[in-house]
Structure formats: structure tokens, C-alpha cells
Design a protein around this ligand. Structure first.
Ligand SMILES: Cc1cc2nc3c(=O)[nH]c(=O)nc-3n(C[C@H](O)[C@H](O)[C@H](O)COP(=O)(O)O)c2cc1C
Length: 196
């Protein structure tokens, strides 16, 4: 059973995190999910989905009709969760969307919550970390944090549209962003039409 970690932080672009979650579950993977407390109101604002800190109640909503795969959800303060330890083996970790606050914590190794700790562990264990940082515009601080992480092999994949794909709506764009994140982890997908 392949295990992936998905961190959803409080940046804009919550549909990308939810799409990624469903794509991973749909491949029958184990997904260890941390939704930061600040992401919850952004999910509500952007998708209309109300998710509480109370974990089990929301599984059906998060799955969005995908019945395969196993979902393990943690609160950001559950520092005793398995994903806080390097001895718990995982294939890769995604943070999508990734706020500038979480980006900065990951860049300096400030593991103050479970999401940040799991990212810190992913890096120290030499496993693949894929970030989808979202802000507009990026400041020099944001860019330096991204550069620092890119230099140690972290995939930095912000939600930047491919206009040649002529996306018709937000869903087309989300499919593209999620597909590119899966590509970064080496996970086969056909969520978007590839350039021939
Ligand atoms: C509607 C909304 C949209 C936001 N969008 C962004 C964003 O795109 N990028 C960002 O860095 N922060 C954004 N924020 C601010 C973060 O939520 C805030 O910095 C928070 O502390 C991030 O914490 P977290 O990384 O632990 O989730 C947004 C906040 C709200 C309420």
C-alpha cells in the first residue's frame, strides 16, 4: 500500500488540495491528510464546503464520492500522529495549496504544527516534497524561501495557468494544477490534456 501525505494550508486554491486528495484516493493509496486550522474558513469561502476540526464527520465530504483509498485525517495539533516520525514510511508529501506562512516554516525547519513537522520529516528523510505555493505577487522573502527549498530538491509548483490549454473554467485549471503536482511525484495521471 503506497502512502502519501497531503497538507492543505490556508492559502487560496483549496479546490486544488481537494482535487489532489480525490486523485490520490482514487488510485487506492493511503492518504494521510492534515488540514490546517486556517485552511478551514478558506475552504468554506472558496468551495462552499464546511469542514470542521472534528475529524471523522467530514470524511464523506472530503472524499467527494471517491470510495477507494484509505483516508487518515489529523488536526494540525496532533503532533503524536505517525507522520510526525521519519520511521513511518511514506512515498511523498504534497502541500497544496501552500501558504507563505507554511512555506516559510518549511524553509527554516520551524515545525510548529503537524503539517510543518511532516514536511520537515519528509525533507530530512530524503523523500519527495511537492509544494503548491499561492500568493500574488510573490515578495523577495517568498521567492528566497522557494529558491532555498528548490535547491534541496523540493518541487515548487505554484498554480500558474497554461494559457495554451485554453481553460474554459476554474475546474479545467484545477485539473491542470493537480495533474502537474501528480507529475512532480511521478504519479501517472490524465487529469489534463498533454501537449503532443
Ligand atoms: C480567504 C483567504 C485567502 C487567503 N489566501 C492566501 C494566499 O493565497 N496565500 C497566503 O500565503 N495566505 C493566504 N491567506 C492567509 C493565510 O490563511 C494565513 O497566513 C494563515 O496564517 C496561514 O496559516 P497556515 O499556513 O497554517 O494554514 C488567506 C486567508 C484567507 C482568509
Amino acid at each position: 500500500m503506497e502512502r502519501y501525505i497531503l497538507g492543505i494550508s490556508g492559502a487560496s486554491g483549496q479546490a486544488i488540495g481537494l482535487k489532489l486528495l480525490r486523485e490520490l484516493l482514487g488510485r487506492d493509496f493511503d492518504v494521510h491528510l492534515v488540514i490546517s486550522r486556517h485552511a478551514l474558513p478558506v475552504i468554506a469561502q472558496e468551495t462552499g464546503i464546511q469542514i470542521g476540526l472534528d475529524k471523522p464527520r467530514d470524511e464523506e465530504t472530503l472524499r467527494g464520492g471517491v470510495s477507494s483509498g484509505r483516508l487518515f485525517r489529523y488536526r494540525e495539533d496532533e503532533m503524536e500522529a505517525p507522520i510526525a516520525s521519519g520511521s513511518f514510511k511514506t512515498k511523498a508529501m504534497f502541500i497544496a495549496p501552500c501558504s507563505m506562512k507554511t512555506l516559510s516554516a518549511v524553509a527554516i525547519g520551524y515545525a510548529a504544527n503537524l503539517l510543518e513537522r511532516a514536511a520537515d520529516v519528509t525533507i530530512k528523510e530524503g523523500r519527495k516534497l511537492i509544494l503548491c505555493p499561492r500568493e500574488m505577487p510573490f515578495s523577495a522573502i517568498h521567492l528566497e524561501n522557494m529558491l532555498k527549498l528548490a535547491r534541496i530538491g523540493v518541487a515548487v509548483a505554484p498554480p500558474v495557468a497554461a494559457f495554451y490549454q485554453m481553460p474554459k473554467n476554474l475546474e479545467d485549471m484545477v485539473d491542470f494544477f493537480a495533474g502537474k503536482l501528480l507529475d512532480s511525484a511521478g504519479i501517472e495521471n490524465e487529469t489534463f490534456k498533454r501537449w503532443r
